[in-house]
Each structure stands twice: as C-alpha cells, then as structure tokens.
Design a protein around this ligand. Structure first.
Ligand SMILES: C[S@@+](CC[C@H](N)C(=O)[O-])C[C@H]1O[C@@H](n2cnc3c(N)ncnc32)[C@H](O)[C@@H]1O
Length: 409
C-alpha cells in the first residue's frame, strides 16, 4: 500500500463536511463528501494518521468491491469472487459485520453468514485450510453492506469503531458518542485555546473531547487498530504506528484554559469523574454538582459553553410543558456576557423556548434522533437579536423525535 488507495471514513449524518475538513488537515487527498461519510485517497501512513488522529470518523473502510447480488446464492457468489487470500490466511481470525438497506433479505445475520461461508470456502480452496471466526476480537473485520441488490464489501482498518477511545469506563443513560462530541466541538471552532463549560455534562464526553483537543492528544493513542494484525500490512503498520504514537506523545501540550463540567445528578458526575480519570485528564477538568438554570460563577471572563440538554424523550422530563419551561430558564442562565453558547438539541421546542436568535445552525443525527446544533454569539455582543420579549412558554404537543432506519455504527 505504498501507492494511494481509495478509502471511506464513516461519520454521523450531518457531520460529513466536518470530517472532510479534518481529513484534509490530516493529509488525505481527493476528498469527496458522501452520505454518512467521506471518500478519500491515502497511502498506508496517511491512512494510519487518520486512524490515530481523526476525532470525527467512526470507521475507516478499505472498499474491496460492490456487486449486484440476488438471493442467497448471489450473495455467496459475489463474496466468493473477491481474492480473500490477499487479505487473510488460515491463521487469521475474522468476523463479518453486515447491514441492510431496502433489501429482499430481512436478517443482517443471514447476509453475514453467506459472506462468511464464501470467505471460508475460498481460503480453504486456495490455502488448503480455513480461517477461524472470532466475533469478539477478530484480526480482520469485514464490513458487508447490502443496499437493495448491491453488496458492498470492505475491510475495516480500525476494528473497534473509533468512538471507542478507551476512556468510557462508566456508562450513563444518554451519552453522546465521542466522535459526535468531537464533531460538535469542531463545528463550534473549538481549538483548545479558550475556557470551556458544559453545564449539563452527564458522563463528560464533551469535556473529555475538549480536553484531548486542548492537550493536542491523538484520540486513538490508547487503543490499537485492526490493520496492525493484517497479514500483509500488519508489520509495516505497527512500525509506522510506533513512530506516530511516539511523535504524538512528544508533541502534547499543557492545557492552560479552564474546562468545567456541571451536572445536577451525582451519579452522572461520578461517571464523568471516572471517565475523566481514565482519559488522564483529572488535572485539566473540574467537575461540580450544580443546576444549569442557576449557573455558578464561570471560571474565565469568556469562552465556550457547549452542551446537550435533556431532550425529554430518553431521560424522563415531566412532559413537554416542563421541558419548555426548563429551556426558557436555560436561555436566561446560559447567556453570559463574553461566552458563546452552542447547544445540540433533539427537542424541536428548544429553539423558541431558549428565546435567542442563533447565529449558526445545522441538522445532525445523534444515533437515531434528529437533532439541531445551534450556535449563539456571546450575550451583550450587540450582534444577536432576542426573539421578542421573554415570556414563560405555553404548552405544546409532545415531542416525537424522527427515527432513522439505519444504524450509525
Ligand atoms: C443528554 S445528558 C448529557 C449527556 C452528556 N453530553 C454525555 O455525553 O454524557 C443531559 C444531562 O443533563 C443533566 N441535567 C438535567 N437537568 C439539569 C440541570 N437543571 N442542571 C444540571 N444538569 C442537568 C442530566 O443529569 C444529564 O446528565
């Protein structure tokens, strides 16, 4: 893989342009945004830089081919036409992850099984012995996507998806994915050089991702990648990654800005505290118990307040009237002079109840929930116009977040 090959990095819907910008900075070439990801060209070392340094990509895939495939036999024949012996040996363990979209097949497990059979048979025919399947920790992860009659097959360079940074040791009810949190920070142009507060920090994902940016720490530093175990490329990939990891460690910087998390739930704070410790950011991130509608004094004259408040669908909220009233109070409390505010909301009532005019907006998906990311300039900056006279909002119909059929990795 000294030459450049075509790769596809996946990302949460609505963040593809942010990933494209990031990939450009990481040295990828011929970048093309697509639905759910970004196509690009890279050499092995450029691809490894993406695995180690991309904060937004969920997977980095090496597409092997796309085939028309009808019925069970069609799936098998399409998969069997790939020269798997170039990517696996009888000593390599592998797994097949399959997803479906508008397909005649209804079970992704069936598609995965057909592809698995084709791989096993092909390697046995060519090499005289078959490779074993390991669903827990395979050396090679094959990704099969069947959209209508088109079967696309790829190898996943990362193995575990990239949002698994290794620091989430305590789960909470509605955490942001690490890659989505990083995308929000990039959308808000956060570079780690200003103070940051998450007033409803939950398990601390936004704070930890901000801490990694402020520290200039590679998000993949504490994990390994499947490509390091590939028969053809593994040795070279390990050598290159050893150097890249050493460089990344050498080039980390001290964090000089305050990073503060607030949450009213002691259990969420306990989880955040454990995650922060696992991310080795305990010195950089401060956590306090408090109410976002009555914010304590902020730790700097200005900076970024960024958060995703409860939407009212997953966390039990006391009804939509209660949510509107809560958002109204947040509008009063979070608009602090000198501080810009970015909010990811999955509740369509948020924007009017928050009663300020956003200067930036984008639609994005938090897993299956359609969300809007809203950016507000600092209060008192003169450039934002309040949306009329603040008043306690009236009740509205219950929120029904839209659901998307596809899983987002
Ligand atoms: C959607 S979760 C945030 C998830 C977080 N971004 C993460 O990645 O884990 C919303 C959080 O808001 C907190 N919360 C709700 N009302 C609050 C309030 N009035 N003040 C502070 N925190 C509050 C909840 O305890 C919950 O942890």
């Amino acid at each position: 893989m000294a030459e450049r090959i075509a790769l596809f990095a996946t990302a949460a819907r609505g963040t593809e342009d942010l990933l494209a910008d990031e990939l450009k900075e990481l040295g990828a070439r011929r970048i093309r945004q697509d639905r759910g990801g970004v196509r690009f060209m890279a050499t092995l070392d450029e691809a490894l830089m993406v695995c180690l340094w991309s904060r937004i990509a969920m997977r980095v895939l090496y597409p092997l081919g796309a085939f028309e495939a009808h019925g069970a036999d069609g799936l098998y024949e399409a998969a069997a036409s790939i020269p798997w012996e170039e990517h696996l040996t009888p000593d390599t363990t592998f797994a097949v992850d399959a997803t479906l979209k508008d397909s005649e097949h209804t079970h992704s497990g069936f598609v995965a099984l057909k592809v698995k059979d084709a791989i096993v048979d092909r390697i046995r025919d060519v090499e005289g012995a078959r490779p074993d399947v390991s669903t827990r920790d395979p050396d090679v992860r094959v990704v099969a996507h069947l959209a209508r009659d088109t079967l696309s097959l790829s190898l996943d360079l990362c193995g575990e998806p990239l949002h698994r940074r290794g620091y989430r040791v305590r789960p909470t009810p509605a955490p942001l994915k690490e890659t989505l949190a990083a995308a929000l920070l990039r959308a808000a142009s956060y570079t780690g050089e200003e103070a940051l507060v998450d007033p409803m920090c939950g398990s601390g994902t936004l704070l930890i991702e901000a801490g990694l940016i402020a520290r200039k720490r590679a998000p993949g530093l504490s994990r390994d990648f499947a490509v390091e175990r590939w028969p053809e490329l593994g040795t070279r990939a390990r050598e290159l990654l050893t150097d890249m990891r050493a460089d990344a460690r050498r080039n980390e910087r001290r964090v000089t800005v305050p990073l503060l998390g607030v949450d009213k739930d002691p259990e969420a704070l306990e989880a955040a505290s454990r995650n922060v410790r696992a991310a080795k950011l305990s010195e950089e991130i401060q956590l306090i118990e408090g109410d976002a509608t009555k914010l304590p004094p902020l730790p700097a004259p200005g900076g970024l307040i960024i958060t995703n408040p409860p939407y009212g669908d997953r966390l039990g909220s006391g009804g939509q009237k209660g949510m509107k009233s809560f958002y109204f109070k947040l509008g009063e409390s979070l608009r602090v002079p000198g501080w810009r505010v970015w909010v990811l909301s999955g509740n369509p009532a948020f924007e009017s109840a928050f009663h300020a005019r956003p200067s930036a907006r984008r639609d994005m998906w938090n897993g299956p929930i359609a969300c809007t990311l809203l950016g507000y300039r600092p209060a008192g900056g003169g450039s934002e116009a309040p949306l009329g006279v603040p008043h306690e909002p009236a009740d509205v119909a219950p929120v029904r977040p839209q659901h998307e059929g596809e899983e987002d990795g």
